[in-house]
Design a protein around this ligand. Structure first.
Ligand SMILES: NC(=O)C1=CN([C@@H]2O[C@H](COP(=O)(O)OP(=O)(O)OC[C@H]3O[C@@H](n4cnc5c(N)ncnc54)[C@H](O)[C@@H]3O)[C@@H](O)[C@H]2O)C=CC1
Ligand SMILES: CC(=O)C(=O)O
Ligand SMILES: [Mg+2]
Length: 368
């Protein structure tokens, strides 16, 4: 198969979807890989390393002309023109929060497989997990930074010092993002509370962290009770493929202290905080009612050297499956089939259909 690897052009997105090692494996298996010049630079991979791995180097248009394009982030407007009916696109899409892209994928007839909805039998999301680990950990670093007075925050050191209370980190959603955020926050010495609606998850966190954090059922009453004492709120809620529920509403901001910080990692699925909107690494925060909001939708892009390895470790087996088997891979792998979001002008992911009031069909029907 001809596989294209374009350079990411979202603001400060320095990850790349294949390492030179991944390219070498694909070439050994008989595939042709076309890499856009400079695609790996942000992650520390020179063009020469891709050439040595057997790739041809070219322009964005040449990479996009391949049968399958592998990317990291969703196509942004400047890339919409590359979408076409005989293209297989494998990348993060987060369509439930992006109507324009959903429409362009449908109009163009592109076959798109979203990393974040590939789902294995135990219900976990193997291609989202590594980036959620990164983003959960980064959320605490970002939050600690913006809590500092010169950065606009209320001047709280998360770990406190002997004789002074630590900061309080409230994590909503105790999945991968939430657990990694909680670990980092505890590592700094903060007081940590995790909310989830999944009792089993709360029990797991309670067992693993043995009283070092507090778990509570996620409910409006509990959120309202906790907000006045929260210095840093981290949003890590996910209903796979669907728009996130708004658990912190606009009126609740007045319960928070001035200079407290919200990092809503779930922003890529619309966010669990009503007032969050997507921001970029160039301009990551804004303030509403005295509360700093951080809404970067590609947080792992800030640590590309770590993230590219973590992402490609997880994606590569699926890239190889699609390269070797083409669309048959979707027929054979139930996990990959869950990743199918659009095919031949049809929407194949129900959560996206529900977000926009669009009709969706089963992936099997669109592939038949
Ligand atoms: N901004 C960024 O750069 C990145 C964003 N993300 C996003 O972070 C979000 C979380 O991802 P993961 O942690 O991997 O998901 P996950 O599935 O591991 O965890 C989500 C948790 O939310 C819980 N939940 C569902 N409804 C809830 C409610 N009403 N109240 C409290 N908890 C609730 C679930 O029970 C689950 O434990 C996703 O939207 C993901 O796309 C992930 C990586 C990077
Ligand atoms: C999950 C995601 O969207 C990211 O890593 O950028
Ligand atoms: Mg996004």
């Amino acid at each position: 198969m001809k596989i294209g690897l374009p350079k990411e052009i979202k603001v400060k997105e320095n990850r790349v979807a294949l390492t030179p090692g991944g390219v070498a494996t694909l070439v050994r298996r008989g595939h042709t890989v076309l890499v856009e010049r400079g695609a790996g630079i942000g992650s520390g991979f020179q063009d020469g390393e891709y050439e040595a791995a057997g790739a041809s180097m070219g322009t964005a248009a040449e990479a996009w002309a391949a049968e399958m394009v592998v990317k990291v982030k969703e196509p942004i407007e400047a890339e919409y023109g590359f979408l076409r009916e005989d293209l297989l696109l494998f990348t993060y899409l987060h369509l439930a929060a992006d109507r324009p892209l959903t429409e362009r994928l449908l109009e163009s007839g592109t076959t798109s497989v979203a990393y974040e909805t590939v789902q294995v039998e135990d219900g976990s999301l193997p291609l989202l997990t590594p980036m959620s680990e990164v983003a959960g950990r980064l959320a605490v670093q970002a939050g600690a930074y913006y809590l500092q007075k010169p950065n606009g925050g209320r001047g709280v050191l998360l770990g406190g010092v002997p004789g002074v209370q630590p900061g309080h980190v409230l994590v909503i959603g105790g999945g991968v993002v939430g657990t990694n955020a909680a670990k980092m926050a505890m590592g700094l010495g903060a007081k940590v509370t995790v909310l989830d609606v999944n009792q089993k998850r709360l029990a797991y966190l309670d067992d693993v962290f043995f009283g070092r954090l507090t778990t509570m059922m996620s409910s409006e009453a509990n959120i309202r009770a906790l907000l006045p004492e929260t210095d840093l709120l981290i949003g890590g809620v996910l209903i796979p493929g669907a728009k996130a529920p708004h658990l912190v509403t606009r009126d609740m901001l007045s319960l928070m202290q001035e200079g407290s910080v919200i990092v809503d990692v779930a922003v890529d699925q619309g966010g669990c905080v009503e007032t969050i909107k997507p921001t970029t690494h160039d301009d990551p925060v804004y303030t509403i009612d005295g509360v700093i909001h951080y809404g970067v939708a590609n947080m792992p892009g800030a640590v590309p050297r770590t993230s590219t390895f973590a992402l490609t470790n997880a994606t590569f087996p699926y890239v190889a499956m699609l390269a070797d088997q083409g669309l048959d891979a979707l027929a054979r792998s139930a996990a990959l089939r869950k990743g199918l979001n659009t095919r031949g002008g049809k929407l194949t992911f129900a959560g996206v259909g529900e977000a926009f009031g669009l009709e969706s069909v089963e992936p099997e029907a669109a592939l038949a």
